[in-house]
Design a protein around this ligand. Structure first.
Ligand SMILES: *[C@@H]1O[C@H](CO)[C@@H](O)[C@H](O)[C@H]1NC(C)=O
Ligand SMILES: *[C@@H]1O[C@H](CO)[C@@H](O)[C@H](O)[C@H]1NC(C)=O
Ligand SMILES: *[C@@H]1O[C@H](CO)[C@@H](O)[C@H](O)[C@H]1NC(C)=O
Ligand SMILES: *[C@@H]1O[C@H](CO)[C@@H](O)[C@H](O)[C@H]1NC(C)=O
Ligand SMILES: *[C@@H]1O[C@H](CO)[C@@H](O)[C@H](O)[C@H]1NC(C)=O
Ligand SMILES: *[C@@H]1O[C@H](CO)[C@@H](O)[C@H](O)[C@H]1NC(C)=O
Ligand SMILES: *[C@@H]1O[C@H](CO)[C@@H](O)[C@H](O)[C@H]1NC(C)=O
Length: 400
């Protein structure tokens, strides 16, 4: 009796599902019809500047640093750390300015140029302890299996202490994000200075981090399908025995290959970091060194080893000497579908101590398109004062 009952209900479910399947297919056609009739898509030429201050629609400086730039539906979202109005007096970090009282902000844009501030405190819990805990590197991605926006970020609550990594969630990309129990990573005993989130085409998420326990490694570790725990599966991108460690960097995927870009430890250093690039055909596979994408501005390669993060690798005895070509510390690679045909892979870094008025929150970022040869080899980067791209823009906001 019980058996036949459940088997009947199974059949019913199946028919039921097929019925809803037809409705969904019909709705999709209907929706596509609506979109094609009313959604105006146009191509627009935009100029991204690395030398003019990035101001929001209110005319204030965009203060969203060391985070990420992502596209959800047709809108670009920039999440970052608010550094505020302090002055960093030294050529590297002073452990106060940009360290304390940080919050995370969100700006949005439909064209990568015109940015609107949504909120300068999208992780409200940060204000509980940010006068002694450091908050950096908010990386936000959308998990379509759970319908959740997930933020992975670095916090000194765990960084340099143990293998946990902070994570927060929101049902919308606009926040507020709320902390959930941290990820506990298996590829290290103690996380070091950087964390980043990478999501593959199949919605599988990976966290990249560097390790405090030796050898100094960059690890990429796979998360569960809801992204709330580690699967324990990881791969080592690179390891080295001696300090300083590498920092990250960013991960992107292009034509079936995964690339991780890493740079020498740069603690808010004004000369920037290099971009040692590693490649693999599988995030959990074997990573091999591919090449340098950010040479010193004089064209020379930085030395393999330097004695500390206070040394400018491009001018060993002079912090005010030659910088890197891109005089920035890299924090990400923004992978942006800018039109139906084209994906922009954009280096995303911070130019510390670059603002004209010395205010840290006003420091420039470096947004540099990563260019490829005809054989799909990434080319060493060039610093563009500004560059022009064509993007597709969607006009009829009500329909989206
Ligand atoms: C952080 O905020 C607290 C409380 O407002 C203030 O006393 C402290 O000076 C601030 N520190 C920095 C570095 O801004
Ligand atoms: C910038 O964006 C705002 C808000 O979406 C809009 O009102 C304004 O017209 C835009 N300005 C330009 C120049 O596109
Ligand atoms: C923009 O400026 C207006 C007028 O000063 C202010 O009321 C508004 O809150 C500001 N909006 C943001 C997002 O800062
Ligand atoms: C890591 O340290 C934090 C803060 O002390 C603690 O709350 C957490 O339980 C620790 N996690 C692990 C895996 O040890
Ligand atoms: C990585 O390399 C090792 C040794 O060369 C090999 O056994 C292993 O199958 C490789 N793994 C992948 C995922 O390619
Ligand atoms: C290096 O970058 C810093 C910070 O932007 C800048 O002040 C300095 O002039 C640059 N040095 C050179 C030699 O370009
Ligand atoms: C782009 O840079 C060039 C060269 O620095 C400059 O002449 C031009 O005015 C800039 N354009 C914009 C829109 O900033």
């Amino acid at each position: 009796m019980r058996y036949s009952c459940s088997s009947y209900s199974y059949q019913f479910d199946k028919r039921d599902r097929r019925f809803f399947g037809y409705i969904i297919v019909f709705m999709n056609f209907f929706y596509a019809f609506l979109l094609s009739s009313f959604l105006l898509v146009s191509s627009k030429q935009i100029v991204i500047s690395n030398v003019l201050p990035r101001l929001d629609t209110n005319g204030s400086y965009v203060d969203a640093h060391d985070g990420c730039l992502v596209k959800f539906k047709d809108t670009y979202f920039m999440y970052g750390t608010v550094y505020g109005n302090c002055h960093q007096s030294t050529t590297i970090c002073d452990a106060v300015c940009g360290y304390l009282n940080n919050t995370f902000s969100l700006y949005i844009s439909s064209d990568l140029v015109n940015w609107t501030l949504i909120n300068n405190n999208i992780l409200p819990e940060a204000t509980k302890d940010h006068n002694y805990i450091n908050y950096w590197m908010p990386n936000v991605e959308y998990n379509y299996r759970t319908n959740q926006y997930v933020m992975v970020y670095w916090s000194s609550r765990y960084g340099f202490i143990n293998s946990s990594i902070a994570i927060a969630v929101s049902s919308t990309p606009f926040g507020p994000f709320v902390n959930v129990p941290p990820l506990v990573m298996k590829g290290a005993k103690v996380i070091s200075s950087t964390t980043g989130l990478f999501v593959d085409d199949d919605n599988t998420a990976y966290v990249r981090y560097n390790t405090r326990d030796g050898p100094l490694r960059h690890v990429i570790e796979k998360l569960s399908s809801d992204w709330m725990t580690s699967t324990g599966q990881f791969s080592i991108i690179v390891e080295k025995q001696d300090y300083p460690w590498f920092e990250g960097g960013g991960i992107f995927k292009r034509k079936g290959f995964y690339y991780t870009m890493l740079g020498i430890d740069c603690c808010f250093c004004q000369w920037g970091g290099d971009a040692r690039t590693f490649i693999s055909n599988n995030p959990l596979g074997n990573w091999t060194y591919f090449g340098q994408l950010n040479y010193c501005a004089d064209g020379k390669a930085p030395p393999d080893h330097i004695d500390g993060m206070n040394i400018n690798p491009c001018s060993l005895n002079n912090p005010y000497g030659t910088n890197f070509t891109i005089p920035a510390q890299q924090f990400n690679v923004a992978t942006l579908p800018i039109s139906s045909e084209e994906t922009l892979f954009m280096y995303y870094g911070e130019r510390f101590r670059s603002s004209k008025d010395g205010i840290k929150g006003h420091d420039f970022q470096a947004w540099i398109p990563i260019e490829f040869t005809n054989n799909d080899i990434p080319k060493p980067m060039i610093f563009y004062n500004n560059f022009t791209i064509n993007i597709q823009e969607y006009y009829n906001k009500e329909l989206i």
